[in-house]
Design a protein around this ligand. Structure first.
Ligand code: ACO
Length: 403
């Protein structure tokens, strides 16, 4: 046994909180969650009030700048985004360097980081006007990068952004190269994608947002900080769960396992399997986003004439999980990822792009938190402590004397 008591005494008192379940890392005025009651507010507005009406850009503006935009503010921000939609032509060569099989999340984070090379003028953001330009640049370009990543993976030519199109239709145009008006149910698709982006737009100190804040706290620029957010989001316990939910539902659909057997496996700790799209660090009740997404899924699929057997499997899993003491006792409910994949699939978005869509949606939250920290954080670098559990009193042994 190693005696580290002496070292412990030297480090003084440290709070050990694995996974930061009970540690507040900052003060923030952006998003409020009451996990016990299943409440989510953006800048004080209940999430349910965004179900009808607002565009993703309006909500992004609200999160980033703290108030709903006036007509003039909205138009100026939209105009900037139209102006900034193209990426530098040279960046196309970067895409070509990736293998076709490259995960789009890898491309997305690399390319957002690369943007900092192309926009050094946006590294030092001294005032809000400059920040506004940087935010519009990033909000606009993430969509172009995401669509190019998809086209590259399919070996398809890149589609330039169309300045006549708004945010979501422009993304669809760059992804699928089909004139927006030729889509069947174009408006239904636009509305669903718009709402998905809104529902993902911020969620206080989640893993990726905390990452953006930690990286930003060292003084790293907005692009580098948000690129790190993409990496954090990628993991299957965070944004990558939307892909894992689809894989789980497909496995059940293919008859490899029944919903009941899957649940038993998820309850068995040795199996390392979890019911994907279920459970949340903060919500110990229904995640309001999951409820809204389930409603969209139920309405959208018939409108698009899509009969997806995975929806039935998801309903079945939810039903049995919510009456199983294992899930009830641990307060595990569907989270935002449980139904979003079924909707994205119905919209024709391939599975490997699901987490990329999540990243496009979450970007305003990352930008808002980066700026809030920049404005109110007092230049305090994020630097947690640790409890040392390693060896003490060791000495260097030259290679020839080691056994
Ligand atoms: N399936 C089975 N058991 C679960 C699940 C699940 N989905 N989620 C939690 N549990 C169990 C744990 O095994 C643990 O059981 P124990 O008390 O007997 O040890 C208990 O519930 C508490 O779980 P923790 O992992 O401690 O909870 P934590 O807050 O750390 O994790 C998380 C939250 C990561 C979301 C977890 O619920 C999970 O892995 N869910 C599946 C992945 C997923 O859907 N992630 C997306 C989250 S939403 C988002 O990031 C966008």
């Amino acid at each position: 046994a190693i005696d580290i008591s002496g070292l412990r005494a030297e480090t003084g008192h440290i709070t050990l909180d694995h996974g930061y379940g009970n540690t507040g890392s900052c003060e923030s005025a952006i998003t409020f969650i009451d996990g016990d009651k299943g409440i989510l507010h953006y800048r004080g507005i209940p999430i349910e009030e965004f179900a009808e009406g607002p565009s993703f850009i309006e909500v992004a503006y609200l999160l980033i700048f703290g108030h709903l935009p006036s007509d003039d503010e909205y138009n100026a921000f939209s105009k900037d985004m139209t102006r900034f939609a193209n990426i530098d032509e040279v960046m196309k060569y970067h895409f070509e360097g990736f293998p076709r099989s490259a995960p789009p999340m890898a491309i997305l984070s690399a390319m957002i980081n690369a943007l900092s090379c192309f926009h050094p003028e946006l590294h030092e953001l001294d005032d809000e006007a400059q920040f506004r330009q940087a935010a519009a640049n990033l909000m606009s370009k993430i969509r172009t990068i995401a669509a190019y990543a998809f086209r590259q993976s399919r070996g398809l030519p890149y589609m330039y952004p169309d300045p006549a199109l708004r945010y979501v239709p422009n993304f669809m145009h760059m992804m699928f190269s089909q004139p927006y008006e030729q889509y069947i149910c174009a408006d239904v698709i636009r509305k669903a994608l718009n709402l998905i982006l809104i529902l993902h737009a911020d969620h206080e100190q989640n893993c990726s947002t905390s990452t953006v804040r930690i990286v930003g706290s060292s003084g790293a620029n907005l692009f580098a900080s948000c690129a790190s957010g993409v990496c954090a989001l990628w993991g299957p316990l965070h944004g990558g769960a939307n892909v894992e939910v689809l894989n789980m539902l497909e496995q059940i659909h293919e008859g490899n396992i029944t919903p009941e057997e899957y649940l038993e496996l998820a309850k068995d700790k040795d199996s390392k399997v979890r019911l994907m799209g279920f459970g949340h660090r903060v919500y110990k009740n229904f995640d309001p986003r999951a409820q809204m997404l389930q409603k969209i899924a139920e309405e959208l699929l018939p409108q698009l004439n899509v009969n997806d057997p995975l929806l039935n499997i998801a309903r079945k899993l939810e039903e049995i999980a919510l009456s199983d003491p294992y899930f009830v006792d641990r307060k595990l409910y569907p989270n935002v990822d449980f139904y979003s994949g079924i909707i994205l699939r119905a919209l024709g978005i391939p599975t490997n792009m699901f987490t990329v869509i999540f990243a496009i949606g979450r970007l305003p939250g990352w930008i808002a938190h980066w700026w809030e920290q920049n404005q109110t954080g007092g230049n305090k670098i994020s630097r947690p402590r640790q409890i040392y559990t390693g060896h003490t009193g060791q000495h260097y042994i030259p290679p020839e004397q080691r056994v």
